[in-house]
Design a protein around this ligand. Structure first.
Ligand code: UGA
Length: 448
């Protein structure tokens, strides 16, 4: 039976630790943040993620999980360490390897004092070459041992989505193992067999560099797919009777294209797509390689949120002194995360234009308040948010906003102007009753 250390209890590390422990695998989560450790050991999740808290408290009770800041002790009692520390963006778009380096250094120093074979697995998102050229030399120097002989090294990217991270960890569509040597790969494969037993997902075993690159290719492709449909949406708006939703549905039926990540909207945000696309571009620049598709995906995304402000201006004549209601602040539904959320760009632009902004989000208001304080008004319900507004912009497609009827908007708003930035509402029902504008919808678009 493998025993696991997970170094870095951010959203990936904590989700992984809780899922392994819930499956009965003895897991210790290590983090420097003592406050976070106390919260976790009290059975609470420091992040908003469905089922995570339930998994943490079940595993704590079963005795299969604990959080600690004592890496040395944890490493001694485990045989595999997953590194899940953060790799934040630097001003030029490249990533900082500061935490990866110090994790390797600490692991290496402890390996120096242990006898048994230990496998180190990098799960943080890192640019190609990091495992081989950065992590391996640091581990070897600090431990005084030889990688591939005394200890092992793998790269093992994750594809967890916020809001469904637990489910994604329990039932991944694939496991990618980049290996320094055969024994390292065999050990990690054996661990995943123990975890998934008969439901072992498709396994890809490959080089360290391929594994590192797969993660970036995955995110860059998905973000480009969204940017593609978002730019097509603008063409649809200029084309009478066109509707990007119908086009996305039809092209999505082509198995070579597929239906997912073809939902036009106000752009992509979050802690991953923006950071990863910039990082892969920065890496390519260093290699003197151009990645024009990724470059274009970023540029399309930068202007996408502003479409909603432009639409509001067209509908109202001017934005100065107007009350604009914003529904949804999180970068996507079912999370309180506003990192790189398009709502931030929209609020900034509206404030520049001199509008009064009221906002409501089921989970992300506290985080948004930290950024904007009293510059905007936070309503405690969607109904209160749209009250007396001159225009409403739907930014995040939370299901609870679907309960708002055209009458709710008409009765409460000063001007019944609704800009649907996520195609949440049925345009045939809403266009007849409100001044309804939707992303990717040409004039008179109708299925009848
Ligand atoms: C993304 C990837 O989907 C995960 O596979 C990956 O593991 C993760 O990044 C990561 O690198 O850690 P996540 O950031 O949680 O996951 O969010 P997504 O569900 O991918 O959505 C990203 C953004 O794209 C959101 O702002 C969402 O609103 C937008 N989006 C997504 C669209 O505008 N249209 C779509 O059709 C799909």
């Amino acid at each position: 039976m493998h025993e696991i250390t997970i170094l870095g209890l951010g959203y990936v590390g904590l989700t992984m630790a809780a899922c392994l422990a819930e499956q009965g695998i003895k897991t210790t989560g290590v983090d420097l943040d003592k406050e976070k450790i106390a919260t976790i050991n009290a059975g609470k999740s420091p992040i908003h993620e469905p089922r995570l808290e339930e998994f943490i408290s079940k595993a704590l009770k079963a005795g299969t999980f604990k959080a600690t800041s004592d890496l040395e002790n944890s490493l001694r009692t485990s045989n595999i360490t997953f590194v899940t520390v953060g790799t934040p963006s630097l001003p030029d778009g490249s990533i900082s390897l500061e935490y990866v380096r110090s994790a390797a250094e600490s692991i290496g120093r402890t390996l120096n004092r242990t006898q048994n074979y230990h496998l180190v697995v990098v799960r943080s998102t890192v640019i190609p070459g990091t495992c081989l050229e950065v992590v391996k030399p640091i581990l070897e120097k600090a431990s005084g041992k030889v990688c591939g002989k005394d200890f092992g090294l793998c790269s093992n990217p994750e594809f967890l989505k916020e809001g469904s991270a637990v489910q994604d960890m329990m039932r991944p569509d694939r496991v990618v193992i980049g290996e320094n040597d055969r024994r390292s790969g065999d050990t990690l494969q054996d661990f995943y067999h123990q975890l998934y037993e008969r439901e072992m997902p498709r396994l890809i075993r490959t080089s360290l560099a391929n594994a590192e690159l797969i993660k970036y290719a995955n995110n860059a492709f998905l973000a480009s797919k969204v940017s593609f449909i978002n730019s097509l949406a603008h063409l649809c708006e200029k084309t009478p009777q066109a509707d990007v939703e119908v086009i996305a549905e039809a092209i999505g039926l082509d198995p070579r294209i597929g239906p997912l990540f073809l939902k036009a909207g106000l752009g992509w945000g979050g802690s991953c797509f923006p950071k990863d696309l910039k990082a892969i571009l920065a890496y390519a620049r260093e290699q003197n390689i151009e990645l024009p598709i990724i470059d274009a995906a970023i540029r399309i995304n930068e202007i996408q949120p502003i479409w909603s402000v432009r639409k509001a201006k067209e509908a109202l004549g001017e934005l100065k002194g107007k009350r604009i209601a914003l529904l949804g602040l999180a970068f996507k539904p079912d999370t309180d995360d506003i990192r790189e959320a398009v709502s931030i760009r929209i609020i900034q632009r509206l404030l520049q234009e001199g509008s009064f902004v009221s906002a409501y989000d089921p989970a992300a208001m506290e985080n948004t308040r930290k950024l904007f304080g009293k510059k905007i008004v936070f309503a405690d319900s969607a109904q209160k948010c749209i009250q007396d507004a001159d225009c409403c912009i739907l930014i995040t497609e939370w299901q609870e906003f679907k309960r708002l009827t055209p009458e709710d908007f008409r009765i409460r708003m000063h001007e019944p102007i609704l800009i649907d930035g996520r195609r949440l509402y049925n345009h045939e029902e809403y266009s007849g009753k409100l001044n309804y504008y939707a992303i990717g919808l040409g004039s008179c678009a109708s299925t009848s």
